[in-house]
Design a protein around this ligand. Structure first.
Ligand SMILES: O=P(O)(O)OC[C@@]1(O)O[C@H](CO)[C@@H](O)[C@@H]1O
Length: 631
């Protein structure tokens, strides 16, 4: 068994990387990343006069498509024109050198911390980047004795490293620190989207009228709109320029991936179904409704429900995220929506703070009052725009507790964290080679500050949470299903797992499954047993799956008013990776087992329902039957 575990653990620890020349990671490092560097050099060379050009800036005010802001102070360019032009040449030289290092697989070079004054807003993360270069996240996957190199490290590291090197070349200047090297591509991505934007804002307007006017707005009505807007935000993710290697505006979604331009959003529900590989929108709806209806997020007792959106791309995707935020506020599913954007230009089209403020002007240009309304939201706190250095470090989210503890603690107050896009998904799952049926919660490892969901178009070879056989069927359907960006998933997990509060766990119950033919499930059980042992949590093993099922059936006698009632379909089959966690209202006393009966306040069980979907169904406290053989 130990050999089996080490085999599974070994395969799990392997990140996606260009070491595998048949992988998409290799295609990205070999071809796409050099193209992205070349495009920046071309744009900066061709638009040299527009780096900080008053004409372009003034055009920003009048032109209907409002090109992306010049991103800088005009007088800096005027008064230091010669120095600025020399610095621009320096940037172009640095990017050409970077491209050569990449293409010739040189060792990754360190950042010059000597350039960074104390608390430098631009280069203050250089020391952390150098620490990462010395750490396991940048290890050479071919030989530990070798330094990290472009084709021999994790894909996640070298890709994030490339973008940080691009911005380092800009941050190390005196006059061009504010230059956004992707501004032309971001502007381009919106250039022909007038109709899309109009349609989306019209849809929002109509939806809000329905919500506001319908006194007795039925939950079903709200739920339908919620699902539509969730899917709209998901398909906004197609506008990712790092995936299309910056080739300007990505192809408009094909017929089966409608956006308002290709169909009326009301009707796209079924057109999208077949490409949504995991759709937990029902569970998200039930969770948010419960969190808001009890006037508190699951982690705070105040009348305050905050939803956090970890943003991805500028342009259409950002507009769909703002539309989703408006719906959450007006429907009272949230009292505050916080938009987390990047502290610097990133992955070509990722949203920065200037981008978020600028898009409000673009929205105003497309008619309607939403741009002004959302600017007011930012002033009043209904919307928050924020950023953190962690999002542009190379660490996946398993590191957040250690590398950004304040950010992790902040998220504990969230009712729901919505992670947009592929890069965030890759960081949630560590960009590791998980088997595709790995439970999403397993792939999150130590990252569970609060309930969270993903809205992601698949553009990389990592995906978890699929049903047995689903990946094989998809490969038959489209051999590039993992990376073509045509398929999507929407995973949800109600992240109040024990590892964030072991002291509240009274008992953990596992089905005693003798022959576990799935190494992942075995690993899962071993991890839970180790967790219980580490935190002195009672671990009970059900002598048989039947006994375990009987207990869960017993727990089905739940309060019909419980909004989760609709989600519980009875136990059709039990998945051996399921478990029962009994939490205590108060930190657990060291009392005897008898006090189990009185302490717990909520029981979380994760199971697959008869349809093979997945639903987290918290149920009310129950009485213990005598099914257990304490082991
Ligand atoms: O986060 P997004 O914008 O959805 O996708 C970004 C991204 O996943 O797309 C490419 C994968 O194909 C990578 O280069 C990059 O990581």
């Amino acid at each position: 068994m130990a050999g089996l575990i080490s085999t599974v653990a070994k395969s799990l620890s392997q990140p996606l990387s260009a070491v595998d020349t048949s992988s998409y990671a290799y295609v990205t490092v070999q071809h796409r990343m050099p193209i992205i560097l070349t495009q920046i050099v071309d744009h900066l060379s061709r638009h040299k006069s527009e780096v900080y050009d008053a004409k372009t800036d003034s055009a920003l005010v009048t032109s209907p498509t409002r090109l992306h802001p010049a991103g800088g102070l005009q007088d800096a360019w005027n008064s230091n024109r010669h120095e600025s032009e020399e610095e621009l040449k320096g940037i172009l030289g640095a990017l050409a050198k970077l491209r050569n290092e990449l293409q010739t697989n040189k060792p990754l070079t360190r950042f010059d911390v000597g350039l960074a004054e104390k608390d430098d807003a631009y280069m203050g993360d250089f020391a952390e980047w150098n620490a990462a270069l010395d750490s396991v996240v940048a290890r050479n996957l071919i030989s530990l004795s070798e330094p990290p190199k472009w084709f021999e490290c994790s894909w996640l590291f070298v890709e994030t490293y490339m973008y940080r090197r691009i911005m380092a070349a800009i941050h190390e200047t005196t006059h061009l620190k504010l230059l956004d090297p992707f501004k032309w591509q971001k502007a381009e991505s919106l250039k022909d989207s007038t109709k899309n934007v109009h349609n989306m804002l019209d849809y929002l307007k109509n939806t809000l009228e329905v919500i506001v006017q319908a006194e007795d707005k039925t939950p079903e009505e709200l739920k339908r709109h919620f699902g539509q807007l969730l899917r709209l935000s998901l398909w906004g993710n197609k506008g990712d320029l790092s995936h299309s290697a910056g080739k300007g505006k990505p192809e408009p979604p094909s017929a089966c991936h409608p956006t308002p331009e290709t169909s009326n959003p009301h009707d796209d529900q079924h057109a999208m179904r077949e490409v949504l590989l995991v759709d937990d929108s029902e569970a998200i709806w039930q969770h948010l409704r419960k969190a808001s209806s009890t006037k508190c997020s699951l982690t705070e007792s105040s009348g305050y429900t905050r939803v956090d959106i970890i943003c991805d791309n500028y342009g259409l995707e950002l507009i769909t995220d703002l539309i989703l935020g408006e719906f959450l506020i007006v429907s009272r599913l949230a009292s505050q929506v916080c938009y987390h954007v990047k502290a610097m230009p990133w992955f070509v089209s990722d949203t920065t703070v200037p981008d978020l403020l600028h898009i409000l002007d673009v929205i105003n240009d497309h008619g309607g009052k939403f741009g002004d309304k959302w600017r007011d939201y930012l002033m009043s706190g209904k919307f928050i725009a924020t950023t953190d250095a962690f999002w542009t470090l190379p660490y996946d989210f398993d590191w957040m507790k250690k590398k950004a503890p304040a950010l992790y603690d902040y998220f504990k107050g969230s009712a729901l964290i919505i992670f947009k896009g592929d890069l965030n998904y890759r960081k949630l799952t560590g960009d590791l080679k998980w088997p595709h049926t790995t439970p999403f919660k397993t792939a999150l490892r130590s990252f569970h500050p609060a309930p969270l969901c993903t809205l992601r178009g698949l553009k990389a070879e990592v995906v978890v949470g699929l049903r047995e056989g689903q990946a094989e069927d998809l490969t038959q359907q489209d051999k590039d299903w993992l990376t073509c960006g045509e398929f999507a998933e929407n995973n949800f997990i109600n992240n109040k797992l024990p590892s964030s509060e072991p002291s509240s766990i009274v008992v953990c119950i596992l089905p005693h499954v003798k022959e576990l033919n799935d190494p992942l499930k075995h690993l899962h059980h071993l991890l839970m047993e180790a967790f219980c042992k580490e935190h002195s949590i009672r671990l009970l093993k059900v002598a048989s799956c039947e006994g375990f099922c009987a207990l869960l059936k017993l727990l089905q006698q739940i309060d019909p008013a419980n909004p989760y009632a609709a989600a519980s379909h009875g136990i059709a089959s039990i998945d051996a990776s399921d478990l029962l966690i009994i939490k205590a209202a108060e930190p657990r006393s060291a009392g005897a087992d008898e006090d189990l009966m009185s302490q717990y306040d909520v029981i979380m069980v994760r199971r697959r329902d008869a349809e093979g979907g997945s639903a987290a169904t918290p149920v009310l406290p129950a009485v213990f039957p005598t099914y257990f053989d304490a082991t």
